[in-house]
Design a protein. Structure first.
Length: 148
């Protein structure tokens, strides 16, 4: 297999129209929800059951929740609620991915045409970017990643 085309997207600071149009324009075939809690109220269209319905109805896009690629509750609390340091969070999260051996739980082709979803609007301080970077390191750069 050649490169697996993978996207990432966040749903905050956007409208439903903007969110779904970006997915359609990018040709996304599957959303991989990497949030720990996928029933977020941050955007009404992003709750798991509603999101799965909208994705299927609007673009025949599959929906999968993958908490194995999410941080733990204590990690989230330390970073979000207690305004933790990003570099400390990043180190803890990457160590968690290594501890879970996520690179052995998935294959690159499983993510071809997929888009990793979480709440952050930009990938800079978001674990979806870290997931892609971690997997790319373990899989010798086979993921062609774009942030929508």
């Amino acid at each position: 297999m050649g490169k697996a085309k993978v996207s990432t997207i966040g749903f905050t600071k956007t409208t439903a129209e903007g969110f779904f149009e970006r997915l359609l324009k990018a040709g996304v075939k599957k959303i991989v929800d990497v949030r720990l809690h996928n029933t977020s109220q941050l955007s009404g269209f992003a709750k798991a059951d509603d999101l799965a319905y909208f994705l299927k109805s609007i673009g025949e896009i599959k929906y999968v929740h993958e908490p194995l690629l999410a941080p733990t509750d204590p990690m989230l609390k330390a970073y979000k609620k207690e305004r933790g340091d990003w570099s400390a969070y990043e180190k803890r999260f990457l160590a968690l991915m290594a501890e879970r051996h996520v690179e052995k739980c998935f294959k690159p082709e499983m993510f071809d045409g997929a888009c990793f979803l979480c709440s952050e609007d930009a990938p800079h301080h978001c674990h979806r970017r870290l997931v892609c970077e971690y997997l790319n390191e373990k899989w010798d750069g086979v993921l062609d990643v774009r942030h929508l």
